[in-house]
Ligand binder design. Structure first.
Ligand SMILES: [Zn+2]
Length: 59
């Protein structure tokens, strides 16, 4: 499922915790926001497929 919820791209530097927003910029620091969904499902993660396969096997 595609999420419209975005997260401040600089939250690690600017905030104590992820700052979520529906706008294109962070309401707190003004940095660009990024879609919050792709991060945990990063297709470039070299271990992603292995990890998912492991998860399926354990189920
Ligand atoms: Zn921010």
């Amino acid at each position: 499922m595609k999420s419209d919820i975005r997260v401040c791209s600089a939250w690690r530097e600017a905030h104590d915790r992820p700052v979520y927003s529906l706008s294109a910029t962070c309401p707190s620091c003004g940095a660009e926001t990024v879609n919050s969904a792709p991060a945990p499902l990063d297709p470039t993660d070299p271990h992603g497929e292995y990890r998912r396969a492991l998860k399926r096997r354990n189920r």
